[in-house]
Design a protein around this ligand. Structure first.
Ligand code: ATP
Ligand code: MG
Length: 282
């Protein structure tokens, strides 16, 4: 089995055991195993349509796995779990929307969602603290629709952290960001994860912006998973087994690129996103 689980402990905040996810006859994920420890930073990487968002939905309890178990803090995954903060993949904020940055963050406390009822003063205090934590105070009173992608991303992370979750799931938070903003968001998430002991699972196509901060990488390909350190997972034999055909792992200027091809290797095509479009120095 290719899954490697070096850090297995009974104190895991997230435990995924042998899950399988099938839609009709199509198997999206199989034999996925991972134990995530408090404060650990996991990069969830893989090509389009491989099942990254689906795996997050299973962790969130929005989708029941066809087989296997998922536990958060020792309890079976269920919808509306307050110990999970989530930033979804797609979010379009209308430039006309009459909502300030701080209002967007405050939605994380709204009663219908979490059953929390706080006094206005306490609400404001919590929102202010979180705006400060993600370095968003300076644009907190601007209309959200007018903010940049990086600024909006900070607000969404603040919103997801408002209930002090133990696990933060971020679905492609870097996809619309330039290199500098992507780097800043990664650093921010990593810092908050360490300070607050929040485990992070961050979904990305390209792991290069995460190289300096990831503790482990969970790589999905063709329904299967490999987990381990970057060096464990990003080697030709592990990824070739995962894909079921020869794959080369190239190191270019401190960045990693995965290409598929024949045994000679160099007629490849990128399987990971390439070296040019994103990634920050780390
Ligand atoms: N409810 C569903 N019913 C049937 N098929 C589904 C369902 N949800 C997702 N899928 C399919 O499962 C596959 C994995 O989808 P998923 O959204 O998890 O991919 P992803 O890795 O997040 O891709 P991307 O990088 O494009 O966001 C896709 O082919 C998708 O069409
Ligand atoms: Mg997705």
């Amino acid at each position: 089995m290719m899954e490697k689980d070096q850090n297995k402990t009974s104190h895991a905040i997230l435990s995924i055991e042998n899950i399988k996810v099938q839609f009709g006859k199509r198997c999206i994920l199989k034999d996925v195993n991972i134990q995530v420890n408090p404060g650990e930073f996991i990069g969830l990487i893989g090509p389009n349509g491989v099942g990254k968002s689906t795996l997050l939905k299973v962790i969130l309890g929005l989708l029941a796995p066809t087989a296997g178990n998922v536990c958060i803090g020792g309890k079976t995954a269920r919808k509306g779990n307050r110990s999970i903060g989530y930033v979804p993949q797609k979010l379009y904020l209308d430039p006309q929307i009459p909502l300030r940055g701080r209002d967007l963050v405050a939605l994380g406390l709204d009663g219908h969602r979490w059953g929390i009822s706080l006094h206005a003063k306490e609400r404001k205090k919590r929102v202010d603290e979180m705006l400060e934590a993600v370095d968003a105070s300076r644009f907190a009173d601007s209309p959200v629709g007018l903010l940049s992608g990086g600024e909006q991303q900070r607000l969404l992370i603040a919103q997801a952290l408002l209930t002090e979750p133990k696990l933060l799931l971020l679905d492609e938070p870097l996809s619309n960001l330039d290199i500098k903003s992507a780097y800043e968001v990664v650093q921010l998430v990593s810092r908050i994860g360490h300070e607050k002991r929040v485990a992070v699972i961050l979904v990305a196509h390209d792991m290069n912006p995460l190289l300096g901060v990831m503790d482990r990488v969970l790589y999905l390909a063709d329904g299967k998973a490999a987990i381990g350190t970057v060096d464990d997972v990003f080697c030709s034999d592990v990824l070739s087994k995962l894909y079921g055909y020869p794959v080369e792992v190239l190191h270019v200027n401190g960045r990693i690129m995965v290409v598929g091809g024949n045994d000679s290797g160099m007629n490849g095509f990128p399987l990971e996103s390439n070296c040019c479009d994103s990634g920050a120095e780390s």
